[in-house]
Design a protein around this ligand. Structure first.
Ligand SMILES: [Zn+2]
Ligand SMILES: [Zn+2]
Length: 119
């Protein structure tokens, strides 16, 4: 990587996460790249999180990346996220479920616990 590119990358990484997302989305639209077809770890948003340092948050939800449509950490943008949910009595990673179980997961109605502040 030459010096100019490196400086540009450093500028991007120095941005707050939400600002970087705006820049990444604008860039994607300009370039017309379909990132949904690319390995999620190649997504610029994930790359940003890897350079910046991932958070180690355990959150109740994930967000979909506006660039590649894969689940991402809402705090740092890392795409190395796993959703954990209860299946037939056991806690398992959703990524290991079969297609039918994943659909069931999608179809489930979720209830928040307003008093505890958990939604
Ligand atoms: Zn992405
Ligand atoms: Zn994170």
């Amino acid at each position: 990587m030459d010096k100019e590119t490196l400086e540009h990358v450093e500028t991007l990484v120095a941005m707050p996460f939400r600002k970087f997302l705006d820049v990444a989305v604008a860039w994607k639209e300009e370039e017309g790249v379909d990132f949904s077809l690319i390995d999620p770890t190649k997504c610029p948003v994930h790359q940003y999180a890897m350079r910046k340092g991932r958070c180690l948050d355990v959150t109740g939800h994930t967000e979909l990346c506006p660039v590649c449509d894969n689940p991402m950490c809402p705090t740092c943008g890392s795409h190395c996220v796993d959703q954990i949910s209860r299946i037939t009595g056991y806690m398992q990673a959703v990524s290991g479920w079969n297609a039918a179980k994943k659909q069931e997961f999608e179809d489930r109605t979720r209830y928040g616990v307003p008093d505890a502040g958990i939604v």
